[in-house]
Design a protein around this ligand. Structure first.
Ligand code: OAD
Length: 260
């Protein structure tokens, strides 16, 4: 086992408050396109040109075409070894099933490690972490399978692939993806929980994110400032690589199972 991987594994095993922060790179091996870098652009648009309220106001059809393209790919995607390894880390820390992380019940019954906690913070809106069995998840950017009416504000699940563009609510209002766009505020409770977990972490693993979109970058920095050991897994270097205590270069789906 490579020295860096061994070191990260040991830190993970000896830590009590573990946070995993993920981005699009974790789903890349499931066939979900990333946002930046090779293969990241859709029709030459940058995500910053599409994932904004202004872009939707200007051209809702174009924005929905992009989301429809992403939804189609996500619909046929399955979790990869990276998603499963993260779910397994949660399961082991909670001493039984991943659900025990929430209920605390199995921990007592199976005698799992007492006092350990696990939080997964993801920027991904694809739902693949849940499909893989992760439970204690903060989806800070929402879900691509939810839509919100610009008229009545009602939020509902919509799994239509393809979706009828433009989609409309029963009230007649236009529906938009219920994801957090650039320039929008993240749900208060979710962001507080994410900063809370990061502040209290003694180990944070940052996997498959470019680290250029807030608050992901700040969450990692917060963990580091408060004394956590920060490990990064990425196929390339990111602005977070310099401050990370360990950087594991390569594919998340190949490296993460090695931490188990
Ligand atoms: P990005 O597309 O910005 O970055 C993906 C990162 O994953 C890059 O740093 C790649 O080097 C890395 N990567 C690619 N394949 C990988 C693999 N197999 N294993 C490990 N790493 C890999 O995605 P995010 O950082 O998630 O927000 O982007 C953040 C936000 O920007 C997204 O949530 C989205 C986007 O605009 C909104 O839509 C609001």
């Amino acid at each position: 086992m490579p020295e860096d991987l061994r070191r990260v594994r040991e830190r993970l095993l000896s830590s009590e408050r573990v946070v995993v922060l993920t981005g699009a790179g974790v789903s890349a091996e499931s066939g979900v396109p990333i946002f930046r870098g090779e293969g990241g652009l859709w029709r030459d648009f940058r995500p910053e040109d599409l994932a904004t309220p202004q872009a939707f106001k200007r051209d809702p059809v174009l924005v929905w075409e992009w989301y429809d393209w992403r939804r189609e790919r996500i619909a046929s995607a399955r979790p990869n070894p990276a998603h499963y390894a993260i779910a397994e880390i949660e399961k082991r820390l909670s001493g039984g099933t991943a659900r025990a992380a929430k209920t605390g019940k199995k921990r007592a019954r199976h005698g799992g490690p007492p006092g350990k906690s696990f939080t997964l913070i993801t920027q991904n809106v694809d739902g693949l972490h849940s499909l893989a069995g992760s439970v204690n998840i903060l989806e800070i950017h929402g879900s691509i399978w939810r839509v919100r009416c610009l008229g009545c504000g009602r939020e509902t699940v919509n799994r239509d692939v393809p979706i009828k563009i433009l989609p409309h609510c029963a009230c007649g209002g236009v529906l938009r993806p219920a994801v957090v766009w650039f320039g929008e505020t993240l749900p208060q409770a979710v962001i507080e929980a994410a900063f809370g977990a990061s502040s209290g972490a003694d180990f944070m693993l940052v996997a498959g994110t470019s680290g250029v979109v807030e608050p992901a970058a700040s969450l990692a920095l917060r963990a580091k400032e408060r004394g956590a050991f920060v490990a990064e897994i990425n196929t390339g270097r990111t602005p977070l690589s310099g401050m990370a205590d360990a950087t594991l270069h390569g594919k998340a789906g190949e490296i993460l199972p090695g931490l188990l």
